[in-house]
Design a protein around this ligand. Sequence first.
Ligand code: NAX
Length: 333
Amino acid sequence: MMNEPINVVVTGAAGQIAYSLLYMVAKGDVFGPSQPIILRLLDIPPMMGVLEGVVMELADCALPLLKEVIPTADPIVAFKDVSAAFLVGAMPRKQGMERKDLLSANVKIFKVQGEALDKYAKKDVKVLVVGNPANTNALICSKYAPSIPKENFTAMTRLDQNRAQAQIAAKVNVPIANVSNVIIWGNHSSTQFPDASHATVIVDGKPQPAIEAVKDGDWLRNVFVSTVQKRGAAVIAARKMSSAMSAAKAAADHMRDWFQGTPPNQFVSMGVVSDGSYGAPKGVVFSFPVTIKNGKWEIVQGLQNDDFAKEMLKITGKELEEEKVEAISIIEA
Ligand code: NAX
């Protein structure tokens, strides 16, 4: 039995992440094989020609679940009745641009999109912010959509999680599916803390703590952390363009788990509005390990963090608080 179609918006729809993401969404990777969708594609007016080409290609993919595609530069059209929002579009950092200029441009974009979500989206819309600075953009978006619960705004750290999982799998020489429960704490930035202390690796059919499987504490605290933190830069250096296929896959993973739930005994990392768990600052969008059931996420409680982890959480939390203060001062200026 097929469900009624749901409206899904993707912003930055003419960009490179969207180019991979749209195919995954439209073929059923996110909402499942019985869920038809109407895709609403938002980009800025100069990109409408490029977007038209993307619309042609989506038609030529001949995907049975895709009921309609609506390209637009108007947020009112884009956010109408949406149940899921992938906010990928953002102002990229250009050469010579200060962090403050980047934040300023993006605060404005996410304010407008928050207001449009508030007015036109479904009240139970699930919002995933991919565009950077993703955590703070998600916070601003939520601030301007007061009629939608704060829990419905999340930021993507799943790419960092997938990168971390891949590093552990390669180090232990097991398939990627044998690694679970690697955590990304904090900001999607170079201060993030990729943490394998609570992860499990299946070796020769037996689950064991990642720390025991890796057998190299120094590697876990140094090489592993910095490789994951700097993976985006390494991809840019090699490809001359930023991560796109892997970012799209991560966005699809994040939204699929949010809609369909996490597997038993497994958690995933998502940037969510912090309640102060694990000593993180309250009221910033902070990446935590979460489990998801019936469309609701919950922060995993009771994990023991050592002094190294506590220090790492403090650093990334401080950066998020600073970003929040800067973003709010820009809005109120
Ligand atoms: P592209 O520059 O290829 O595409 C961005 C698209 O957004 C462009 O088509 C642009 O016209 C559009 N856009 C700009 N302002 C808009 C607005 N107000 N409304 C609608 N569309 C708008 O970038 P891409 O490589 O696709 O990356 C998109 C964003 O993802 C960037 O901010 C990037 O930094 C961020 N990333 C976030 C990641 C994460 O893990 N959270 C990882 C990948 C990526 O770096």
